[in-house]
Write a protein that binds this ligand. Structure first.
Ligand SMILES: [Zn+2]
Length: 286
């Protein structure tokens, strides 16, 4: 599958660790992730850090040979919402003991040492402690699984960089939300300086204080971004403060022409749900 032409299209793959509805590949993102790591590796792809792919889009990097151990096609990995399932082996109330993304990375590395020297999974976390408590109670049956006490260890491990998914996800279970009219459930509604500044600057400050490193990437909740946020706030305010790219929008590959403030990703479930559909997606990058 790998071709000798320089790669023009890079897939970014995303999972949600709390999507645990059973113990099979197709109904458990944690199980899917562990299997997908091996599919990616078998297909000859190198996993590179998401931030390096953002730098490639920005023209700050030409190839990934230094990270990939040669001229291999690359893919980057991310997970959203920052539940404890990313880092810890959580006992799910219905489906029992689960293997975290981080633990699956370590198992893969033991099984295939040296095979993926730059392997990492970027975790986009929700900053506000109050919002996380309310989302946990309102949308996760009070599992107590939206903590921030693991962010520092995750960052320090090199396996799981912690990046920003905004202040409160403008989530319908949260009150009050940052949105000025309390219109939640829609991230397009975040379209003033004050709102964007809470979601980007204040969130980055909090994440920095708990994770030990200021985030440089942002993932828009529900992949939505207002014109103000995308075209004004991000380039004029967020970028000088250290944000280099933001993810949102369509299911698609990244290219050198992608908008750095609206980079596409692929999501497990809607965009692939089997080994074959993942292989087809990877094949589309070559
Ligand atoms: Zn989210």
């Amino acid at each position: 599958m790998p071709s000798s032409r320089p790669q023009q299209r890079i897939p970014v793959l995303t999972w949600h660790g709390y999507n645990v509805f059973g113990d099979r590949y197709d109904n458990n993102d944690l199980i899917a992730f562990a299997a997908d790591l091996r599919v990616i590796d078998d297909a000859g792809f190198a996993v590179v850090p998401l931030v390096e792919v953002a730098r490639w889009v920005r023209g700050e990097r030409n190839d990934f040979a230094d990270l990939a151990g040669g001229a291999r096609p690359v893919v980057a990995l991310s997970c959203d919402d920052g539940t404890d399932y990313d880092w810890r082996n959580v006992i799910h109330p219905e489906h029992g003991a689960q293997t975290s993304f981080a633990e699956s990375i370590r198992s893969f590395q033991r099984e295939r040492p040296g095979q993926q020297p730059a392997l990492s999974l970027t975790s986009f976390v929700i900053a506000s402690p109050s919002a996380r408590r309310q989302i946990d109670l309102g949308a996760m049956a009070g599992q107590g699984a939206l903590n921030d006490d693991w962010w520092q260890a995750a960052n320090a491990s090199g396996l799981m960089p912690i990046e920003s998914h905004g202040w409160d996800h403008n989530h319908p279970t949260v009150s009050p939300v940052v949105q000025r009219e309390q219109r939640s459930g829609d991230f397009f509604a975040i379209d003033t300086f004050a709102e964007c500044d809470m979601h980007v600057r204040a969130a980055a400050n909090y994440i920095d204080s708990r994770a030990g490193r200021r985030p440089s990437l942002f993932a828009y909740p529900w992949t939505q971004a207002s014109g103000y946020m995308r075209y004004r706030y991000m380039p004029t305010v967020a970028e000088p403060l250290g944000t280099i790219a933001a993810f949102g929008g369509q299911s698609d590959y990244l290219t050198r022409d992608s908008d750095r403030w609206y980079l596409p990703r692929f999501v497990f479930g809607p965009d692939w749900n089997s080994r074959d559909s993942l292989l087809a997606l990877l094949d589309g990058a070559c």
